[in-house]
Write a protein that binds this ligand. Structure first.
Ligand SMILES: NC(=O)c1ccc[n+]([C@@H]2O[C@H](COP(=O)([O-])OP(=O)(O)OC[C@H]3O[C@@H](n4cnc5c(N)ncnc54)[C@H](O)[C@@H]3O)[C@@H](O)[C@H]2O)c1
Length: 341
């Protein structure tokens, strides 16, 4: 049994991770600005923000064996609405977590993102692939940069202070409980509510959708493997699917028919830009951790649809996905910085 802290443990990936940790008998503390909803069984909950070292200190103590640091501002809608929080929470919050971990001697797993690669056209991306970003005037890139700085900080603590830390970069994770603000969860939410799914630019962008159980499995393997210390791992499916194919699969599985085609340039203005392709190279995770994605998009969607049909509260969420528990404002994306998340 390990004593574990999960920052952001009330969120989508965090809540699935907490379930797995509890199932294997770990003693879990969730640190988040809002309580888990539904409550996660045996987990202790500490309320607070990672920007406040005082409240973090209530969760991360000398007894803590490992910290999974997932707390972050996530989602294009939120990057646009809260650009300052993106930097403060994703970067300074990580600095606070690292400072405390240095005191407590715990291990760290940092949740990072495929967004650090930006719009690098040379897919698939190995872990040491280049970062290719847009201008600082587009808020979207603040997320990529804040997360990349969080990675730099973590690796600097490993090199300079001997911290035991590992970084996992997730690629388009989906599954039960994800708020309907992302390309897959939003389309599914609309389909199950009998509303037309929206497809931009004929849906020719591609993504590699990763079922949440696979993302959690990769995270746990990275936490447990001594070979993972000081390393970065891409954790994502390598199966590339167009948004059009994804929406068609959702239509087939839910019985929904209608889609609305939108010309993104006309709707969102000439500054609109989207990532055409986002594909991980996961050879390293396979070689060092023995990890691979096991759930197909079809199977993951089926599991998510079954869950959604049994959870009307999720179906009743507004389209942008802000729930009562997740009370941040989520305005629709603005011209110039919208992309398929
Ligand atoms: N879901 C994905 O596809 C995906 C892809 C790449 C990376 N990630 C990373 O995985 C992690 C989890 O993402 P998610 O999809 O579960 O997002 P989420 O928004 O569902 O969860 C994030 C959690 O962090 C909490 N949080 C936000 N600000 C906080 C603060 N100041 N202090 C403490 N807690 C705070 C939120 O309340 C929320 O519960 C994030 O670090 C994200 O960057 C997710």
């Amino acid at each position: 049994m390990a004593r574990v802290v999960v920052t952001g443990g009330s969120g989508f990936v965090g809540s699935h991770l907490v379930e797995q940790l509890l199932a294997r008998g770990d003693e879990v503390t969730v640190f988040d600005t809002h309580a888990p909803d539904p409550p996660c069984g045996q987990a202790r909950y500490v309320a607070g923000s990672v920007t406040d070292p005082g409240s973090l200190r209530q969760a991360i103590t000398r007894d803590t064996d490992i910290v999974f640091h997932l707390a972050a501002v996530v989602g294009v809608d939120r990057y646009l609405a809260r650009p300052l929080d993106v930097i403060d929470i994703n970067f300074l919050g990580t600095r606070n977590v690292l400072d405390l971990i240095r005191e407590s001697g715990s291990k760290l797993v940092l949740a990072s993102t495929s967004e650090v690669f930006g719009k690098n056209p040379a897919v698939p991306w190995p872990e040491d692939g280049d970062r290719v970003l847009g201008p600082t005037t587009a808020d979207r890139w603040a997320y990529s940069s804040a997360k990349a700085l969080a990675e730099h900080l973590t690796l600097a603590f490993v090199r300079q202070h001997g911290l035991e830390a590992t970084i996992v970069r997730y690629f388009n994770v989906f599954g039960p409980r994800q708020r309907p603000a992302y390309v897959l969860s939003r389309s599914l939410h609309r389909a199950l509510n009998g509303r037309p799914m929206v497809v931009y630019d004929e849906g020719r962008q591609t993504r590699c959708f990763t079922y949440v159980d696979d993302a959690v499995a990769g995270t746990l393997l990275a936490a447990d493997s001594p070979r993972a210390v000081g390393e970065v791992f891409n954790i994502g499916s390598m199966v590339e699917t167009t948004v059009r194919e994804t929406v068609e699969l959702i239509a087939e599985l839910t019985g929904a028919a209608a889609t609305v085609a939108v010309d993104a340039g006309r709707r969102l203005g000439p500054a609109y830009q989207d990532l055409e392709r986002r594909i991980p190279d996961t050879t390293k995770a396979s070689r060092l951790l023995g990890w691979s994605c096991r759930t197909s998009l079809r199977d993951g969607l089926q599991l998510t649809i079954e869950w959604a049909r049994a959870n009307p509260w999720w179906l009743a969420l507004p389209d942008s996905g802000a729930s009562a528990a997740h009370d941040e404002r989520c305005p629709v994306a603005q011209p110039g910085s919208t992309m398929t998340p």
